[in-house]
Design a binder for this molecule. Sequence first.
Ligand code: ATP
Ligand code: MG
Length: 437
Amino acid sequence: MTRQSVWPPHGEPAAAVVTIGDELLLGDRVDTNRVRLARGLSELGFRVVWAASAGDEEPAIGDALAEAAARAEVVVATGGLGPTSDDRTREAVAARWDRPLREDPRIVAELRARFRSRGYHDLPAANRRQALVPSGAEVLPNPAGTAPGLHLRVPAPPSGEAPRDLILLPGVPSEMEALLQGEVADRLRGRFGDRLRPDEAMVVHTTGVAESVLAGRIEAVLGPEAGVRVAYRPSVLGVELRLSARGEGAGERLERAEARLAPILASFRFDDPSGDLAGAVGRGLRERGLRIAAAESCTGGLVLRRLTDIPGSSAWVTGGVVAYADRVKVEKLGVPSALLSAQGAVSEGVVRAMAEGVARGFGVEVGVGVTGIAGPGGAVAGKPVGTVWFAVAGPAGTTAERRLLPGDRREVRERAAQHALLLVLRALSENPGGGAG
Ligand code: ATP
Ligand code: MG
């Protein structure tokens, strides 16, 4: 029987993450592996207690791995397994735990086959290093690349505790991810089984509301007594919420939290498996048998681009007009010239006329219009950079809205396209009848 680890004293097993590579310390590369590993291990049911990065020198790698092994039962490291001479992770492990490297003939054979299939006659000498395995390590086949992962047990300091699981993965994020989701998850579940306390989690996509505003409203109805953690992942396009709970009754707590949040989130929430608002809009249009066209000024076609990025969108997108110049607004969308000179191109009257004009002109049920000032120039009195007017013309009439969007030109345009899509989604949900009725 294996002796239970005395550290941590209770609860789910502790895990640590080590990322390796000079580029991470120089700031040349964002350490996405750290985030992905931490999240992946948490989702598996570990408590992630420590994370560190080391450069490419052997002693630093050895120190970081040993420190991690002192703090956690499982250490997952990425990077430094590649073919070049600055990839030193194997050597560092060999030196630190006295595990001489030997060449694994099966890895050599696999590497050779892989290179031959790419048209190389022989295995480059540098890649042969990737077949070196510290003694006692198991090889984790890499479905997505050349360097396999490695799994070994190393003694825990202070002695007497259970040995640590040290898992070394390649640095390339897609390869790391493939191994983490597959072989590594299987092994860790097999080894830690009932000690793991996986999260129950639910992701809610929101847009059109600032993170701080959202957080304030959520905290007002969801206190610590709810037993649910809320994580906020903001981006230019919106805030993704991750609600999670652990342990006894986690599922019910999540459901209760979701019900309490429903009224707060109602006008900001959308459902889409990949978190794309355009996908949710597409489903809404399809379900109601409606088609859409867009009249875009400051977004220059971004709304249509978002819509047509969705596979199968030809069933519900008809087309649109990039009406950048006033003349195009008049000639192609039928916006009255008098309206343009009276209110200006960025105005409620013009955006309504754009949305209605494009729906009429394209013979579709839903028209969306966007006109605004993306900046950095172009601001006029009462219309600062970021001012954008939106309109949606649908079966239930036309609605218009003005927003002041933050950010530089690119961000204003992206936020504007997203907000236009949100208004279409709102118009659809207020109009459940649709084309058939
Ligand atoms: P390979 O088998 O491809 O040689 P490796 O284990 O040697 O993998 P590295 O050479 O350290 O890994 O990195 C390979 C690529 O992955 C590089 O482009 C590197 O910038 C990137 N990478 C490495 N570590 C990370 C990380 N922690 N986060 C994001 N990207 C990373
Ligand atoms: Mg490297």
